[in-house]
Design a protein around this ligand. Structure first.
Ligand code: FAD
Length: 482
């Protein structure tokens, strides 16, 4: 029988669970597999015209179609509400089943349930597969059968399970079943303008080739990852997050490569540290699946009692944070990196998130939404996980009384001010001793370097010591409730 593979956040033709199962079934029963992608207006409606991710998807689809064509298939692209278009396309093609890889975000689960019901009403089936993570939902549980809320024991159980079940990272083969592809008409890809978006630079080389390039460039640096990953000016991390987000690489492929390297004595001390990061990704996907309320509320309900700053002054502080005008150079440089590139280094995500919540007293959800608009790799599970960690409201989070000092963080992680200089050229001539806290430097020294506080660089919008005190008082309600 005929079938349809609906691509969503899995824009590749290798190691792809849904595509593998569809093709294998087609080869067995003499059927044919069509492939489709929908620019879903339900998702696109909320995005700004210059969205970098839409451009990345658009470019990745060209490559996906070319790869599918080499295998004997091709991509059908549609633009509209996916929950209407997919059942309609399945009917047009006479597809008895629609194959998808699972997406664990609450909105995606609701959409898929809706599509499954519409298909079922028409005598068709939605078949779902695990693809995005190594272990999902309830696959890694405590000995007592409970859901983990703390990362380290989860990670240990995850590693143990993978040792016992290495096939969880085995590839889902495509090529041996390529005879199952249905031929497709030439690619009809709507232009970005027709989709309602602006053309512009891509945030990263797109497609599977972009992912392969990033991974190959990273592997020689893997052994130093553990020591170098915290320093934003060093290009020490993989930059694979956008590829994991849109599925232009496969997490199984990354985990397999790491395990093979480790088995061969390669990868050094960095390999297990990097694997841990991939496990954090599984952890947060699992946590969101098990506790979908965390997209809007604190993981720990006691923290919903915290009263955040609100009103005109808070709005102005929030706007200054978004624009990188806080007067704390590392925070401002990080926000400039986010605003101009769509990427932000992990250490800086922690610093800027902590600054918003614990120096400005602003609700983490506002920061989470801002990151959601800006980040190329935006992923609800990881973003909410990271924000609730920084805000101390999450599972296995930073304790609320631990408050990053933005100046100390700057001195530790951008010691010579190289990262700051890259993103804040107006401070480029300041010496390392002045660049982390320019308001403490003598005005003449600043002036000699072309810096006038309040003119070409802001004075700090908040005093960290006072803010710290207010945060301790703000969070005291939680202590009282516990
Ligand atoms: P690497 O250091 O090379 O790590 C490899 C991969 O591991 C990453 O690509 C990512 O998939 C995963 N990973 C690494 N760190 C984490 C982590 N802490 N949690 C979950 N997965 C991780 N990551 C996102 O992918 N999307 C987000 O929206 C996101 N929002 C964040 C918000 C905050 C406040 C914080 C503190 C972290 C957030 N992260 C998010 C996690 C992390 O910052 C990024 O994954 C990482 O910076 C991406 O760069 P990289 O690919 O070079 O990472």
């Amino acid at each position: 029988s005929k079938s349809l593979v609906w691509f969503r956040r899995d824009l590749r033709t290798f190691d792809h669970a849904a595509l593998h199962h569809a093709l294998r079934d087609a080869v067995q029963d003499g059927g044919a597999v069509h492939c489709a992608f929908v620019f879903d207006t339900d998702i696109l409606a909320g995005l700004p015209r210059p969205d970098r991710r839409v451009r990345f998807i658009h470019a990745s689809l060209r490559e996906l179609d070319a790869e599918l064509r080499q295998l004997g298939g091709g991509l059908i692209v549609r633009h509209g509400a996916a929950h209407e278009l997919i059942p309609r396309l399945a009917a047009e093609l006479g597809a008895a089943s629609v194959y998808v890889n699972d997406d664990y975000e609450p909105a995606a689960l609701a959409r898929d349930a809706h599509v499954a019901a519409l298909l079922a009403a028409d005598g068709r089936a939605l078949l779902r597969f695990k693809d995005q993570v190594i272990f999902e939902k309830s696959e890694v549980l405590t000995l007592g059968g409970g859901v983990y809320g703390v990362f380290t024991p989860y990670k240990n159980a995850w590693l143990k399970r993978l040792d016992a079940q290495p096939e969880a990272a085995a590839p889902w083969m495509i090529e041996p079943y390529a005879a199952g592809f249905a031929a497709a008409p030439a690619l009809a890809l709507p232009s970005l303008a027709a989709l309602g978006f602006d053309d512009g630079p891509l945030p990263a080389p797109p497609g599977m080739s972009g992912a392969t390039e990033a991974f190959e460039a990273f592997l020689p640096r893997l052994s130093d990852y553990g020591t170098a990953r915290d320093f934003p000016q060093l290009d020490a991390t993989s930059r694979l997050s956008i590829h994991l987000r849109f599925g232009t690489t496969s997490v199984r492929h990354l985990v397999r490569t790491l395990r093979q390297m480790t088995a061969n004595g390669a990868g050094g001390a960095g390999a297990p540290v990097w694997l841990s990061e991939l496990i954090w990704r599984d952890f947060y996907a699992m946590i969101l699946f098990q506790h979908p309320h965390i997209a809007q509320q604190s993981f720990k309900p006691a923290f919903d009692a915290v009263a955040w700053e609100a009103g005109i002054e808070a709005d102005a502080l929030f706007a200054a944070w978004c624009d990188g005008r806080t007067g704390y150079p590392l925070v401002d440089a990080a926000m400039a990196q986010l605003n101009t590139t769509g990427f932000m280094h992990n250490r800086l995500r922690m610093v800027t998130a902590s600054f918003l919540v614990k120096d400005l007293g602003i609700d983490w959800r506002l920061g989470e939404r801002y990151f959601a608009r800006q980040l190329n790799d935006y992923d609800l599970a990881s973003n909410v996980g990271g924000w609730q960690w920084a805000a101390s409201t999450g599972c296995d989070a930073q304790p609320w009384f631990r408050i990053f000092n933005p100046t100390t963080q700057s001195q530790r992680f951008d010691r010579h001010g190289e990262f700051i200089r890259q993103y804040l050229p107006q401070l480029a001539r300041l010496e390392a001793r002045a660049i982390h806290a320019p308001w403490l430097a003598p005005a003449e020294e600043l002036k000699a370097c072309g810096v006038v506080l309040g003119e070409n660089y802001p004075a700090p919008i908040v005093d960290h010591a006072q803010a710290r005190q207010r945060t301790l008082e703000r969070f005291a309600v939680v202590q009282a409730a516990q």
